[in-house]
Design a protein around this ligand. Structure first.
Ligand code: SF4
Length: 204
């Protein structure tokens, strides 16, 4: 069986550890056949074991890469233990490598517990998909299985995470998906949470 567990995007190595996700976003790359930044097929026949993930991580020459990003066809916090174990492994073996998790921010709901403290010392950056400041629009766009209160849970996680992770960003997609007014509302929301807003370029 050959499947993509780790892959390269620009100067970073990305880890694809699960295809599970509690959301069904209308814009998800998994639905439209597009690949992540030209990455290979990220559908997994089965999830890699922690050992297989470490083995895959060790195939890269880390003197050439400064960042490991957990991001694939799924939500990385669906495999929180594996994510944290691999982050600890990297901190021990390749301490210069920055660890980032791209997440929908619903890890507390997924794992049924407060997760932010678990990232301390293992994860350097979080990129949380805010998508919109409007909870109703979020529910329409992302259809989280946890229901309409998911948006509030994501914001709570972001506020919590900034106590344990040095760089916490929330993301929305820029024009034409989000207009200036929407971006301004998202920025105000992020300011109130004490995290930064990153406006991602539209890639459609
Ligand atoms: S949270 Fe991410 S992986 Fe999950 S459905 Fe939405 S875009 Fe896709």
């Amino acid at each position: 069986m050959s499947q993509t567990i780790t892959y390269q995007v620009k100067n970073a190595v990305y880890a694809n550890i699960t295809n599970r996700c509690p959301c069904a976003c209308s814009f998800c790359l998994r639905n439209n056949g597009a690949t992540v930044f030209g990455s290979p097929d990220l559908w997994l026949e089965r999830e890699p074991t922690p050992e297989e993930l470490e083995e895959s991580l060790e195939t890269w020459d880390w003197t050439c890469y400064g960042e490991l990003v957990f991001c694939g066809y799924g939500e990385p916090t669906e495999r929180l233990d594996t994510l944290l174990a691999a982050s600890a492994f990297m901190k021990e073996r390749h301490p210069h490598v920055r660890i980032r998790v791209n997440t929908n921010g619903l890890g507390d709901l997924i794992n049924g517990k407060r997760t932010a403290p678990l990232f301390a010392g293992k994860v350097d950056a979080l990129s949380i998909s805010l998508n919109t400041d409007d909870p109703e629009e979020y529910f329409r766009l992302c259809a989280p299985k946890f229901g309409p209160s998911s948006h509030a849970a994501m914001l709570k996680f972001a506020r919590d995470a900034k106590e344990f992770v040095p760089d916490v960003a929330m993301t929305i997609v820029g024009p034409p998906v989000s207009d200036d007014a929407k971006i301004a509302r998202a920025r105000a929301l992020c300011d109130s949470l004490g995290v930064r807003l990153r406006v991602r370029p539209y890639e459609g």
